[in-house]
Write a protein that binds this ligand. Sequence first.
Ligand code: ARG
Length: 467
Amino acid sequence: MAKKEKEVNPLWGGRFTSGSDKLAQSFSASIDIDKRLFEADIKGSIAYADILKKAKLISTNELNKIKKGLNKILNEIQQDKFNWDPALEDVHMNIEARLVKIAGAAAKKIHTGRSRNDQVATDLRLFLMDKIDDLSKLLTVLQQSILQKAEGNSETIMPGFTHLQIAQPVTFGHHLMAWYEMLSRDYSRLQDTKERTSVMPLGSAALSGTRFNIDRELLSKKLGFKEISRNSMDAVSDRDFVLELASSLSIIGIHLSRICEEIIIWSSNQFNYVQLSDEVCTGSSIMPQKKNPDMAELIRGGSSKTIANLTGLLSLMKNLPLAYNRDLQDDKEYIFSSVDFSEDSLALLSLVIDGMQPNKDRMKKDCYKGQITATDLADYLVEKNIPFRQAHEVVGKIVAYAENKNSQIFELDISELRKFSKLIEEDVKSYLDPEKTILSRKQIGGTAPSQVKKEIKKALAAIKRRK
Ligand code: ARG
């Protein structure tokens, strides 16, 4: 093998007489994935240099050289002028090696009392804290799209389904607000995850902490962490924050997937409940008439990645002894994949929902199918003092009778209904009319338009408080 390929790594050259094997080198390089941490890495190093100065481990002159160098590197990377070298393994060593070239001897002090083990844990936490903020904003935008649609449809009537069979009438606004609720839990899960991500490992060094007088409290404040880690061994090996975010994102993933599944069903020819905008659909290369809900399908399909990434991370962690193990390097690929997918799909789903137009006539028409107000008829009998179980039985017989005649129960004459119970009178009509029955569900959580409007108002206020 050529000599150059086996050059000893300058950051640990002392102990080594030979560089690593070429395959080993490419196998262990993570630069293509972790270079995304450059901003966090540089931010962390600048704050760390300040603290080294405070501990009198570097001079003011050295501090200035280090800061200037790091800012220059930040610029180089942002302008795509930085030469990433896979032989230097990762983002940390690439930046440090470049700093040595720019700032000379001063740069060789930046790693005093620090290890890549506490450095990478710190960088990843900083990076993900920012991402959680971005994701939370995207979630909020999606919720706003939903709220806007719900506002215009608090009185739009549609069938509600159980087992994908017509069950009881609801309002389209109520259905949309169910999506809003799912995403509200997601939002609060992200905030909780951020709480536990906001713990600074720096100062833990390789695994046992540092002998130097590093002001960890101040360092943590400078970096915007809420807390500092209390055990150096735990700090460098803990990836619970990654697992938690991956888990939160997989729950978001399945929520988005379920929403998309409904949109796909509704936009089918058979249902025809909604029309999707051209910008989120594609045509067929052979069938000229087709307009397919591809974005919704890709979100539904792609959300599997968030589940795969979570199980990948859980498997990665389950056998690791304390403290740092190189296995941990693989955490990034999984969590970056989940973050990227979630960002794109949240933004896309907002677009899908903004452009989604309900076909109100079609929805309403289906409310006159499936004996949709049978439960209301049972409720009517309950109000006439019949025990519910008995009322259920009576209505079951009425439904069988109607089905036999190929009719709906609201089409039956009062005289026909009275054959099953003498308690049924003319006032039953409002119980059988889907547009009237929805008005009765006015309790908190119910589908009555008045109640849905209240919930939308509450939600709008809650979203306002977020900013
Ligand atoms: N690239 C490594 C990672 O992401 C950095 C830490 C390396 N530490 C070590 N002891 N080899 O985990």
